[in-house]
Design a protein. Structure first.
Length: 402
């Protein structure tokens, strides 16, 4: 085993690991920085499977960390794409009510967006028809966010990696952290014993397992939720989706509901669903099933359902209805009536959301969550809009190590 020593060590080369390294190298070009990634390449999990939507800060309570980082993060990400000639499309987004009672939620979202300095407006049926002719609002109102953009996540990851390597940042792949000795400021992989001055743990879907090696976050577990999509079959449908169409979400749970996603290449997807996965990397079938974790996660979510905490019972009922194509299509039809079962084709687009759960309070964690312990900092909850927020969040996290 080789002994190596670095000023800064970052566990995880997802978008947050890369932007933290980027910020560190911007602030101190002489600092020695090491990125450790357990996979053989970047972008295999959350960051690389991201929808590519840059959110504008509509959904998040004013004093939340999500509100603090989202809008500024989107602007910085857009600037990065422009400066590096990476594809960017400012499509805009509308958020439509699916039931009469959603109008009050729509007004709450409008208020939050304004407080978060997002560029939004409330629009009527005529304006909805001009922007998204296929969309339907049951109340005749919608929230319009013209600045919402889409990017290609893997191109951003690769560009960041290229810049970091050119600056002398060392990136080691196939290096899963096996053990840690925080008193000695040391971690071990199979090949290396690594000493660090300061360590960032941004290990994504494994965040709770890695943080526990340092005695941090023992009250939390990660519950993986699988998001599956269907693709608009343009050979069987002449639907014209101009941008992004979202439903008014249930603000009790940390999911935005099934929506349209238009990619840089102008492909249109609908999703994601949000059902419990049987493992942190259980993307397809029975691949990478973690039986013990699945039983534990199922136990906690059963408690959520029985006690109906955070409105979980209604959420679960909605998701169960979307397990099969017919129910999924019916969900989409509520906001885009022209969709039918022939319009949508099965596809291999799938992602897993590493959702943090507090086993003490028995609640899903809604906001970003960071824990600093001595000379380590652990990003325990970094789900959507973490990709959007990454540059802004990285600047904040780096300030914690100074």
């Amino acid at each position: 085993m080789e002994n190596i020593n670095y000023d800064y060590v970052i566990i995880g080369a997802g978008i947050l690991g890369l932007t933290i390294a980027h910020e560190l190298s911007n602030q101190d070009a002489s600092a020695s920085i090491l990125l450790l990634e357990k996979e053989s390449s970047i972008g295999k999990h959350g960051s690389g499977r991201n929808s590519g939507v840059l959110h504008s800060g509509v959904y998040y309570p004013e004093n939340s960390l999500k509100a603090k980082f989202c809008a500024d993060g989107a602007k910085t990400m857009i600037k990065f794409c422009v400066e590096n000639d990476l594809p960017l499309n400012r499509l805009g987004k509308i958020i439509v009510p699916l039931k009469e009672s959603d109008d009050s939620q729509l007004k709450l979202l409008f208020s939050r967006a304004k407080k978060n300095k997002a560029n939004v407006s409330l629009i009527d049926d005529k304006q909805i028809n001009e922007i998204e002719p296929e969309a339907y609002s049951i109340t005749g109102q919608a929230l319009y966010s013209p600045d919402t953009a889409v990017v290609e996540p893997k191109l951003i990851l690769n560009k960041l990696l290229e810049k970091l390597v050119n600056r002398g940042v060392r990136v080691l792949f196939d290096q899963e952290v096996k053990s840690a000795d925080p008193e000695k400021s040391m971690i071990n992989t199979e090949a290396y014993s690594v000493s660090y001055g300061f360590l960032y743990n941004v290990s994504g879907q494994c965040i709770d397992k890695v943080s526990k090696l340092f005695g941090v976050g023992n009250e939390y577990i990660t519950i993986p939720f699988k998001g599956k999509y269907y693709k608009l079959d343009k050979t069987k449908s002449d639907l014209k989706i101009n941008g992004l169409i979202y439903p008014v979400p249930d603000l009790n749970v940390p999911f935005l509901g099934i929506h349209s996603v238009k990619t840089i290449s102008n492909e249109v997807y609908f999703g994601p669903s949000a059902i419990i996965a049987l493992g942190r990397e259980n993307y397809h079938g029975l691949d990478n099933v973690e039986i013990k974790d699945a039983i534990i996660n199922g136990f906690y979510l059963a408690g959520q359902y029985i006690k109906d905490k955070q409105g979980f019972r209604q959420y679960a009922a909605n998701e169960m209805g979307r397990l099969f194509k017919h129910g999924f299509v019916e969900s989409v039809r509520q906001m885009i009536p022209g969709v039918n079962e022939n319009s949508l084709a099965a596809c291999d687009k799938v992602g897993i959301r590493a959702q943090l759960f507090n086993v003490d309070t028995k609640e899903l964690v809604m906001d970003f969550l960071f824990k600093k312990e001595e000379n380590t900092l652990h990003v325990l909850n970094a789900v959507s809009p973490a990709f959007t927020s990454s540059f802004s969040m990285a600047k904040h996290l780096v300030s914690q190590s100074q």
